[in-house]
Design a protein around this ligand. Sequence first.
Ligand code: GLN
Length: 205
Amino acid sequence: MQIGILALQGDFIEHQHILERLGVRTRQVRLPAHLEGLDGLIIPGGESTTIGKLAADFGLMEPLRTFALTHAVWGTCAGAIFLSKDARRPQPLLGLMDIQVQRNAFGRQVESFEIDLDVPALRQVEEEVRPFRAVFIRAPLIERVGPGVEILATLPDGRIVAARQGHWLATAFHPELTDDTRFHRFFLKIAEEVATLDLDVPLSR
Ligand code: GLN
């Protein structure tokens, strides 16, 4: 397995460190050629407008979309926005996941917070049931999900903060900023599943 991390802007290094801790080979992706041979891609948190603008400038938009059709992709925070079909304002988006997001839904940087979330899907990587400590930094909300999208986690009031659509994953929060590696292992499991399918046709669009 080798997993790429989109390294245009944001906290890509934190994702890389967690993957390395898990013994996974990694590669920073800045150009289309860097996607070659990867088994999955993580799009980090940061500023989604900046990530989108740089991705467009580096000719990455179409290569990323093509890669995503046959590989696992996970967006955290700004990365989740970039993965979405709809951010309710004009900005470059990959437009892959059938989710509508609201940017900065919790206010400004000072309103950042941490909360324990119940994420039943993580039992697929670890039997012990314990909450996931989720770090929200100027985070988006997932306001609406399409029919093919599975909700993985909500806040206590029911608002959606993590979702999965087939081999695509979106989290409004930052698992790369905690010591808990379960979300990364969950993503690796999805990437492994996709890799063993040996696809020559796209899974979904
Ligand atoms: N507020 C940022 C955006 O809209 C996301 C913040 C983050 O990734 N921590 O792009």
